[in-house]
Design a protein around this ligand. Structure first.
Ligand SMILES: Nc1ncnc2c1ncn2[C@@H]1O[C@H](COP(=O)(O)OP(=O)(O)OP(=O)(O)O)[C@@H](O)[C@H]1O
Ligand SMILES: [Mg+2]
Length: 241
């Protein structure tokens, strides 16, 4: 089966200076993949480059087996959706108006998020942060993209909402065959819904495999995050070196 989205030996970064090196990934139909790693590891840089928001420095990105350097709006036409922690809803409009503007399949929205039914006529500005993010995700999923890239969708939200967003992503992958790449700080929660996971450190993938295998090494991972933070603190403090 051709991958929906693939990266091959990708180099990504800013102003011609790569901060991500040798990144290889394939997202297949119905697969949920977690991209993990400490702050500054290169997760967002990778996501922006896969989405076409940041030009790649080396290697290739392929959509359905075809290499592309197209910007995000053209990748979106080929079925790529990109969501971040920013709530991409219009606050002055109601939930229903936001969904209509997004040309969403309302029946699909309600199948994925029945809790939105009672909120349809409420202005998005009056919703909680978690509810606004549910609308953001509902809009993205109900357009039936082939691939969803989500960078810290649930940043700063309560654990129950995080769980709800992740469940909906899993459901859309299972029922609609959407391939998903998720960057999440909630490592344990995301590994419960993911099929596979990649762990990055300092711009490179240092561990990848089935979510269950990566999950079994989560303590080791978390301690590597802490070491990373200590390294950063040490670098900033020459006395401690
Ligand atoms: N606009 C930018 N210009 C130059 N360097 C940047 C820019 N944005 C990020 N970087 C650098 O690229 C590296 C990777 O950053 P990135 O944002 O991809 O990390 P991340 O894994 O998403 O971290 P976090 O978990 O904090 O979101 C870091 O060293 C960061 O300082
Ligand atoms: Mg980031």
């Amino acid at each position: 089966m051709t991958a929906l989205l693939a990266a091959k030996d990708l180099a990504a970064g800013y102003d011609g200076h790569p901060v991500v090196h040798g990144f290889d990934l394939e997202i297949r139909e119905g697969e949920v993949i977690a991209l993990l790693g400490p702050n500054g590891a290169g997760k967002s840089t990778t996501m922006l480059t896969l989405a076409g928001d940041l030009p790649q420095i080396g290697g290739t990105v392929e959509i359905l087996g075809q290499a592309t350097t197209a910007p995000l709006h053209r990748r979106a036409k080929r079925g790529l959706a990109f969501v971040t922690e920013e709530r991409s809803v219009l606050m002055g409009l109601t939930v229903a108006e936001n969904l209509r503007l997004g040309r969403c399949d309302i029946a699909r929205v309600l199948a994925l998020f029945p809790e939105l039914e009672r909120l349809m006529n409420r202005r998005c500005g009056l919703l909680s942060g978690g509810e606004q993010q549910i609308v953001t995700l509902a809009r993205a999923l109900a357009r039936r993209p082939r691939v969803l890239l989500a960078d810290e969708l649930s940043l700063g939200l309560a654990p129950l909402i995080v769980k709800r967003l992740l469940q909906a992503v899993r459901q859309a992958a299972d029922e609609d065959g959407i391939g998903v790449l998720l960057v999440e700080q909630h490592v344990t929660q995301v590994l419960r819904v993911a099929d596979r996971a990649y762990v990055m450190r300092r711009g490179r993938v240092v561990l990848s495999g089935d979510a269950a295998d990566v999950s079994a090494r989560v303590t080791e991972l978390e301690s590597s995050y802490i070491v990373e933070q200590q390294d950063a603190a040490g670098a900033a403090d020459p006395v401690s070196q």
